[in-house]
Design a protein around this ligand. Structure first.
Ligand code: KG4
Ligand code: ZN
Length: 352
């Protein structure tokens, strides 16, 4: 039931291979619809932009209907529309943007452009309520790996403490899965294989952890190469590749570096909360190790439930809802896609 005078924000997500629509009202997720073209990319070992864009086109209207049904509301109940306008695959972002503009224009409602990565952070508020005054946010997705110092997600500038120099954490999972023959998307595949493996079987490198290395900067391409060399060496020796042990040891190496650096940021900034978001935050080992180390250090850990870690429309609606309640001006119907938008603020384009 929608009360009159209360905002009902539709969020639209299409930056990669998930078509998502979510409906959020005053911090509460009312319902969502989600479609994925992941299976169509499996043969290619990664997302093919043209296939993703076509799949978004096919899925947009039915998935919007699913979201409305799930929330028990009508299209006409929507008061505001928020959409990922970047970063992401340009052809894919355009489809969601066109859908969001069509809804906003036909209902004559305001439209807000949202930075996809701010959406990942906002996803956590749907489960755990408003973020604390200040926190460290570790974003680990297929395209990004960043440690951020965050205040009010939609009012304050977002400070980057460090990013990855090369591959993103999710990209490393996807590439290692490919070389172990585990398919796409690699994260869940590695995770499943790793469940039966020994995380200490192989000692893979933990990059950028030596004294003198940039404290919050990541690099995962060396790790991927180390796994490739190990697989080659074992195959050359004519032995069976121990996929479960390699997957578990790789996962452990990624998780060690992510958690060590994120906790270092929390301590250096004298903060009490670490928030971990993005597709890789669905990883069971990351969740368990982060929880253990945060408990040991007396730090509050917030991670959204796995279904809200990977891309979805609810997280974009969550940002829209925060923008609306903070009194932000809409971005307007002329908003363009910004495929390589850097995260300085939650709204796109950044208000002057
Ligand atoms: O955030 P996301 O859904 O999309 C982007 O914004 O990129 O993240 C997708 C990434 C992929 O690289 C995928 O392999 C990874 O998240 N991922 C996982 C898991 N589930 C998804 N990585 C590790 N463990 C998982 N369970
Ligand atoms: Zn994402």
């Amino acid at each position: 039931m929608i009360r009159s005078g209360v905002p009902l924000v539709l969020g639209v997500e299409s930056s990669c291979d998930e078509t998502g629509f979510g409906l959020v009202s005053e911090g509460v997720l009312l319902g969502q619809g989600l479609a994925s073209s992941a299976a169509q990319h499996a043969d290619f070992g990664g997302v093919v932009p043209e296939i993703a864009a076509r799949a978004h086109l096919d899925a947009a209207v039915p998935t919007l209907h699913l979201a409305l049904e799930d929330a028990g509301v009508e299209l006409a109940d929507i008061t505001h529309v928020a959409v990922t306008s970047g970063p992401g695959l340009a052809t894919a972002v355009h489809v969601g943007l066109a859908a969001a503009k069509a809804v906003a224009w036909s209902l004559d409602k305001p439209l807000y452009g949202v930075h996809h990565l701010a959406g990942h952070a906002a996803a956590d508020t749907l489960e755990h309520g408003p973020l604390p005054e200040r926190s460290i946010v570790l974003i680990v997705s297929g395209g990004h790996t960043s440690i951020l110092a965050v205040g009010d997600l939609v009012r304050d500038p977002i400070e980057h403490l460090g990013d990855t120099l090369d591959d993103a954490a999710g990209e490393a999972f996807d590439k290692v899965a490919r070389l172990l023959g585990l398919g796409y998307p690699g994260g869940p595949a590695i995770s499943r294989a790793a469940a039966g493996g020994d995380p200490a079987a192989f000692r893979f490198p933990r990059a950028m952890l030596r004294p003198g290395d940039a404290p919050f900067v990541f690099s995962f391409s060396g790790l991927k190469t180390a796994v490739a060399r190990t697989v080659e060496r074992i195959e050359r020796a004519g032995e069976q590749v121990p996929v479960a042990d390699i997957a578990a040891s790789f996962e452990q190496a990624v998780v060690d570096v992510l958690v060590t650096k994120a906790l270092r940021a929390v301590r250096e900034r004298n903060l009490g909360t670490l928030v971990i978001v993005g597709g890789v935050a669905a990883n069971a080992r990351l969740r368990a190790v982060a929880q253990e180390r945060c408990d040991a250090d007396g730090i509050e850990l917030r991670i959204p439930p796995p279904a809200l870690c990977t891309d979805n429309g609810a997280m974009i609606a969550a940002v829209g809802d925060l923008l609306v309640r903070s009194g932000a001006d809409p971005s307007g119907l002329r908003i363009a896609a910004d495929p390589s938008a850097v995260l300085h603020g939650a709204q796109l384009p950044l208000p002057r």
